[in-house]
Design a protein around this ligand. Sequence first.
Ligand SMILES: NC(=O)c1ccc[n+]([C@@H]2O[C@H](COP(=O)([O-])OP(=O)(O)OC[C@H]3O[C@@H](n4cnc5c(N)ncnc54)[C@H](O)[C@@H]3O)[C@@H](O)[C@H]2O)c1
Length: 382
Amino acid sequence: MAAKRPLNVGLVGCGFMGRTHSNAWGKVNQFFELEFQPVLKAVCARNPEEVQAFAEQWGYESTETDWRVLVAREDIDLIDIASPNDTHAEIATAAAAAGKMVTTEKPLARGGAESEQMVKAVDAAGVPNMVWYNYRRVPAVTLAKQLVDEGRLGKIFHYRAKFLQDWTISKDLPQGGTALWRLDVNVAGSGVTGDLLAHCIDTALWLNGDIDRVSAMTETFVKERHHNLTGKTEPVGIDDASAFLARFENGSLGTFEATRYARGHKALYTLEINGEHASIMWDLHDLHRLSYFDHGDEGRVRGWRSIHITDSDHPYMAHWWVPGLQIGYEHSFIHQAADFLTGLATGELVSPTFREALATDYVTDAVLKSATSEKWEMVKRA
Ligand SMILES: NC(=O)c1ccc[n+]([C@@H]2O[C@H](COP(=O)([O-])OP(=O)(O)OC[C@H]3O[C@@H](n4cnc5c(N)ncnc54)[C@H](O)[C@@H]3O)[C@@H](O)[C@H]2O)c1
């Protein structure tokens, strides 16, 4: 095989997502036959000790503490953003202006207005771009997409999604700063709407098409929290829980819910689609299974099938072990890295691009607007 083409990665952020991305760039060529070989060239975070320790752990060649220096480096091809939401727009637009490819964690930014600037920047620069909505690349979810696209479900009537957690119930939990930036509206942009529902919306738009309008309610159960950066008790600006009804362009009805107040649930992402001929259910806690009901089956044996997504003809699975053996959460990022690198070789943009992810921000904007107006709100089109 011809020598692989190096792709020098400059990662921003070495927290939770910094680890999933580093793992993906590091492993992808061991399991996929690709023209490009990611090189872990540099990692950037503000704290020098944190970034140095991370570089040693994951094998990065160098470190930076200012993302502007990273973006200016000539030896970096791709800026990969895995830092909090308030940093995405500034870093991505600067990276695109410097001619770098850009990938960023979700949500694209803190709302449509900020995200639009990022879309303009990558369009103007003509650089490859992608957002890490990784759940699309869980093989069971990718199989769901194939089944829907093949028309097996027929006309879709219902789309149902939930993302439930329980980690912010304590009123003693502070907001802001390292690890708790998600509770600080200035950094996060919103609460569970932009954090958890964004995942559900991205998958929904991909599987079931555009959403026309929404009717939402949100709640902030704990109104004030100690702020780690100001040292004072400050109002909480994020939504702790968010639920909305949606009308899809294809005529189907959607219900969506996300919360960090569902005691007992840590990361329960579930989705269900009901069509004229068949239905699909998926559950992140059982991520290698897809539940499928086909009304066309002979009546005596008709019922919900639990398909174990481990066979070589299932999406991505031929790259892994032998039938019957499972993979997990981290593999969805490896699959996304593989698809991105394949796109570079073929010259095709890989979904979701910044523009496709902007569509999700427009839905979350409409959800937050509707929660305030208490009216149905139309969704802007990306
Ligand atoms: N795809 C997913 O399933 C998923 C899951 C979790 C988080 N995320 C997204 O990933 C992003 C990061 O979340 P996380 O959970 O990894 O956060 P985290 O708090 O674990 O890590 C954030 C990292 O960014 C660094 N950082 C903060 N500000 C910086 C700056 N100005 N310059 C350089 N580095 C900076 C921090 O030092 C830290 O290393 C967020 O946008 C979040 O919404 C996505």
